[in-house]
Each structure stands twice: as structure tokens, then as C-alpha cells.
Design a protein around this ligand. Structure first.
Ligand SMILES: [Ca+2]
Ligand SMILES: [Ca+2]
Length: 293
């Protein structure tokens, strides 16, 4: 396939389709259950509406947590922080890229071919625009280009891409490490790098499309090798068939509100339980009095 780039990151080489990716350094409540009462109109009673609230407390608390806390997160790699033309290597695996930068430890290890490319508009070497997370994308120069996830991931795999050349089977997901085992998902990428787009303010590869697939089983590696030198990637997403931005971290104010909300819910629950207990005791006492008369 034409377009593969030989040499270490930093070499300026033309790509198929006329794009040099690396320019020179110049650059509440359900239906109300009703007011059903135990006891007669003159006696104490237990309002089932209150009992309903008390008994449903665990479910309400769980729902609140589900709504407020982030869902079990997919991992989204934006490559922000990877050095320009630096090999990604262990940047997302508790280590560093070839420039010494470290990212979040997701247990994801990149083969030596992958490198980060920073938009020339912010001082890097990349000839691209409109990247989904500014201003760094992933590229690689030659096969093999495999990333490994020893802990595995499931459900789906997705990413944004900008392709200079159409490639069938450009990205392949396997259920073994180092692109071995069974092929779980395979991506065909059409040429679209400059369709209906302009730079930001500059950059030839200005069109980035999302693509993703769901799969059954557990994946341990992804092979990008067929896309060498002609496809840029960003927001690579593990565990979801739709690529996205990183899950937002709750702001301190949100966490404070969450704490207050939970505290209030717990106090309300305790108060209702105590009220119900008191009323139950009053009923028992009334029954004893009735029997004594
Ligand atoms: Ca740009
Ligand atoms: Ca990015």
C-alpha cells in the first residue's frame, strides 16, 4: 500500500492522497397507592403512603446514585498531553511516552509505531484541522501497529478517524494479545479526510468521522497496521460502540450537592421510620387498652 512512511517520527514524508500529515516544523412517586388506613377513624393509623416511601428508600437511593454518579465508564483516549511526534508507548499504561510525558493509567500499551501529532496551529507538526479533541491526534508510520489491553475490554470499540486512502479492514479487534486469536470486529474506512470542510485555521485533514462496532466476548488487542501512514485517529473509545469525549469529572459543587442530597434523604428516611415505629407502638398500646376495658 502506498502511503506508508519509513523512518522515525519527525521525518517529513509525503502521504498517499497528497497530504503530508506532519508538516515541516515551520509551522416522586409512582401512582399514589392511596390513603388506606389500618384501624378505625378514631384510632391511630399507619398511612401506607408513608410506609411506601420508607420501604422504597433503598430503590430511591439507588436511582439517585445512578442519576448522579458517572456510569461505569468507557475509556476514551484523546492523546492530549502526548508529545508532538513522541511515541505513545506506555503513556496510558502507568509509564510515559518517548518524550517523558505521562497520562492516566488505563492499562493500555501502544506498540512503538504509534506517535502523537499536535496541530501546527498550536505549534505542533500536524497538518490537520477540526480534530474531535484538540489539539493532538494519533498516527503511526508503519506496521505492525498494535495496542494491547491485558485486562481486556468488552461491549464495543470506536473512534474518530480521518482517512486519506480508503482501506478495507483498516482496524481489527482481537480476543488475544498482540493481534492473535479470534477477530471480533473489523473496520473499513473510506476516504473522507477533506470532504466539505476547511481548516481551523489551517490543516488538510479537516474531516473526522465517528465509527464504531459492538461485539461479543472480551477483546485484548487492536491492530491498526493496514492504516499505516494514511489515517489519523482520535478519541479512541474502549467499551462503547459510539466514540465520545471523556466522561466529565463531577465538579466540587456537584459533589457537595450530592452529599447534601444523600444526607437529606438519609435523615428523611430515619424520620419516617421513626414516625412509623412510634405510630405502630401507639396502635399496640391502643389494642392493649381496648382489651383491658
Ligand atoms: Ca489545524
Ligand atoms: Ca485529541
Amino acid at each position: 500500500m502506498s502511503g506508508s512512511v519509513a523512518g522515525a517520527p519527525g521525518n517529513r514524508s509525503p502521504y498517499a492522497g497528497g497530504v503530508d500529515w506532519r508538516r515541516t516544523q515551520t509551522k416522586c412517586c409512582p401512582t399514589n397507592p392511596g390513603s388506606l388506613h389500618f384501624g378505625n377513624q378514631n384510632s391511630s393509623f399507619i398511612d401506607l403512603r408513608e410506609a411506601y416511601h420508607v420501604n422504597k428508600f433503598p430503590a430511591v437511593l439507588s436511582l439517585l446514585l445512578i442519576l448522579i454518579l458517572p456510569a461505569q465508564a468507557a475509556v476514551v483516549l484523546t492523546f492530549e498531553g502526548v508529545g508532538d511526534l513522541a511515541s505513545v508507548l506506555e503513556y496510558y499504561n502507568g509509564g510515559a511516552d518517548s518524550a517523558g510525558n505521562s497520562g492516566t493509567d488505563y492499562g493500555i500499551s501502544f506498540g512503538p509505531s504509534f506517535f502523537g501529532l499536535v496541530d501546527q496551529d498550536v505549534g505542533g507538526s500536524g497538518n490537520f484541522a477540526n480534530e474531535p479533541s484538540a489539539s493532538t491526534v494519533l498516527l503511526f508510520q508503519s506496521a505492525p501497529a498494535v495496542l494491547n489491553v491485558p485486562a481486556g475490554f468488552d461491549t464495543g470499540f470506536s473512534f474518530f478517524y480521518s482517512a486519506v486512502t480508503a482501506i478495507t479492514g483498516a482496524v481489527n479487534v482481537f480476543d488475544g494479545l498482540n493481534a492473535t486469536g479470534t477477530l471480533l470486529a473489523s473496520f473499513d474506512l473510506p476516504t473522507q479526510f477533506n470532504q466539505d470542510c476547511v481548516g481551523d485555521p489551517t490543516g488538510a485533514a479537516c474531516n473526522w468521522d465517528p465509527i464504531g462496532l459492538g461485539f461479543a466476548g472480551t477483546a485484548y488487542s487492536v491492530d491498526f497496521s493496514p492504516a499505516a501512514g494514511v489515517v489519523g485517529f482520535d478519541n479512541i473509545t474502549f467499551g462503547r460502540a459510539t466514540p465520545g469525549a471523556p466522561d466529565p469529572v463531577p465538579a466540587p459543587g456537584t459533589l457537595a450537592l450530592l452529599g447534601l442530597g444523600l444526607a437529606g434523604l438519609v435523615l428523611r428516611h430515619r424520620g419516617q421510620a421513626q414516625l412509623t415505629t412510634t405510630r405502630t407502638r401507639r396502635i399496640a398500646q391502643r389494642i392493649r387498652l381496648d382489651r383491658a376495658i
